[in-house]
Design a protein around this ligand. Structure first.
Ligand code: ATP
Length: 358
């Protein structure tokens, strides 16, 4: 008997008069412009979502902005997020992205790395689910200089958080007809921390006899990913390996501008571009690819139960990228961000023309 089968995760969603309220964290770099594109696309698709915008000053020495944003997500249950910069020079100010995930206990990051048929890349037909522990490991932010010239940094792995994320991976596999879960680790060197993660995987796997389970060391995993990515199905790993592997995978598929990432806890959900880049160098130039943030917005709509709106926007993105080949420079094209958004809007109008759409 599967002891996890009955666990139901209840995530609150603020809804007023049929409209959902969602916290919007534009972040820095290209974040604000990408959010404007989401607003534009939502307007044309008639999406019943109102945003509560929470800007965060990267240079501030306090955390009032962040606390306000966290309170807003607690109230709304759901957030859409760009990457938040931390430019304060104060030593006590830690990464606000990490702080937000920890405060809301968003213990799992989920990225679906699926090829776009219309985007030229080294491989086609990749469809890998990457499940990453999102709140501990090397991101514990516990570093100190014990004596001058010697820095200690703690990697925290707990049985409880490992089990939660591994269980999520197997449940996901079961629910979505996936065949295999691969645990990525470095337990040959980090025998206790990664050892615990690996042992927990083996223990959880026993409760899912229909799903094949194997494991791979992170360095071999990187080599296998670039030489034969089709061998992977669902991958589960600790925090730092997750950020590296997700970037490798997004790079294999077409770069930082396409794929979205989902962050879940037992109570809240936050959606963002998969690679979590700030894109400072390309901000304000009308060249950032809007697709990763639009896909994050689609994930958010699915989470809120607005499946029809999500489908329409997804189809419009698909037509723009895979059929019309309207590609920004990151995909080797010459289109501007606005060209992409205008094409998405045009397809939304066509797709909803004959329907009683509101
Ligand atoms: P920084 O905080 O210094 O900006 P970062 O780790 O956030 O660094 P970036 O340099 O922002 O990473 O992003 C990595 C690469 O991905 C850059 O070349 C950037 O231009 C590109 N990139 C990120 N997002 C997008 C996007 N939406 N469209 C096109 N290119 C993107």
């Amino acid at each position: 008997k599967n002891p996890f089968a009955k666990k139901v995760i209840a995530i609150p969603k603020a809804e007023y008069g049929g409209r959902h309220s969602v916290t919007m964290l534009p972040g820095g770099g290209i974040g604000p412009e990408l959010m404007n594109y989401v607003r534009e696309v939502f307007r044309y698709a008639g999406v019943p979502v109102d945003f509560e915008e929470c800007p965060i000053d990267p240079q501030s020495d306090g955390n009032e902005d962040l606390e306000y944003a966290i309170t807003s997500i607690r109230r709304n249950g759901v957030g859409l997020k760009g990457n938040i910069e931390t430019r304060s020079l104060s030593r006590g100010i830690l990464s606000r992205n990490v702080a937000l995930r920890n405060e809301l206990d968003l213990f799992v990051n989920v990225i679906r790395c699926k090829s776009f048929p219309g985007v030229k890349s080294r491989y086609q037909d990749i469809d890998i689910m990457l499940i990453r522990q999102n709140t501990e490991g090397e991101y514990a932010m516990l570093e100190h200089e014990s004596v001058p010239g010697v820095v200690e940094s703690m990697k925290i792995v707990t049985a409880e958080n490992s089990e939660r994320v591994i269980r999520y991976a197997f449940e996901y596999a079961q629910k979505h007809g996936r065949k295999k879960v691969t645990t990525i680790h470095k337990a040959n060197i980090m025998k206790l921390s990664d050892g615990l993660f690996l042992e927990t995987s083996k223990r959880v796997a026993k409760h899912f006899p229909d799903i094949e389970h194997d494991s791979m060391i992170i360095d071999n995993c990187c080599m296998q990913l670039v030489s034969n990515p089709h061998q992977f199905d669902v991958m589960v790993m600790t925090n730092l390996y997750g950020t590296i592997v997700s970037n490798v995978l997004c790079g294999l598929i077409g770069g930082a501008g396409l794929i979205s990432g989902r962050n879940y806890g037992d109570h809240y959900a936050v959606f963002e571009p998969g690679t979590r880049n700030t894109g400072t160098a390309i901000a304000g130039k009308n060249i950032a690819n809007p697709v990763s943030m639009l896909n994050a917005a689609v994930d958010m709509l699915e989470h809120l139960g607005h499946q029809n709106h999500a489908n329409i926007i997804l189809q419009a993105i698909d037509k723009t990228i895979n059929e019309d080949h309207i590609h920004t420079p990151d995909l080797g094209g010459q289109a501007t961000s606005i060209d992409v958004v205008q094409s998405v809007v045009k397809h939304i109008q066509e797709l909803t023309k004959d329907k009683n759409w509101s």
